[in-house]
Design a binder for this molecule. Sequence first.
Ligand code: AMP
Ligand code: ZN
Length: 114
Amino acid sequence: MADCLFCRIVKREIPAVIVHETETTLAFRDINPKAPVHVLVIPKEHIDALIRLEKRHAPLLGDIHETIQEVARMEKVDTTGFRVIVNNGPDAGQAVSHLHYHVLGQRHLGWPPG
Ligand code: AMP
Ligand code: ZN
């Protein structure tokens, strides 16, 4: 979508600190990090939210999980641990309507989240 913030990051119209890229995914640092490691992993394809995922997206979900694993290794949290969060809709506080996976680590993450 032309005016979508994360689509614009994919198109390099808005700067971001990109840490990893594949044909179908992009990983970049969150501008307002909530942990020492806070990377957002997104599909390059515009999908509004997790609730919009369809069966045809199954290979893309595999790609996203591979990218998350790669980011965890690159950020050295693969053995210490990390958390993956997807906010979906208003009650979860989803602020950007382009599916994104928060990858958080390098600090103790309390459970349950607030
Ligand atoms: P959510 O609340 O799950 O929709 O998360 C949106 C996230 O995007 C927040 O953690 C923001 O800090 C982050 N964010 C917003 N704008 C940018 C940007 N230009 N570059 C990187 N991260 C951003
Ligand atoms: Zn988008």
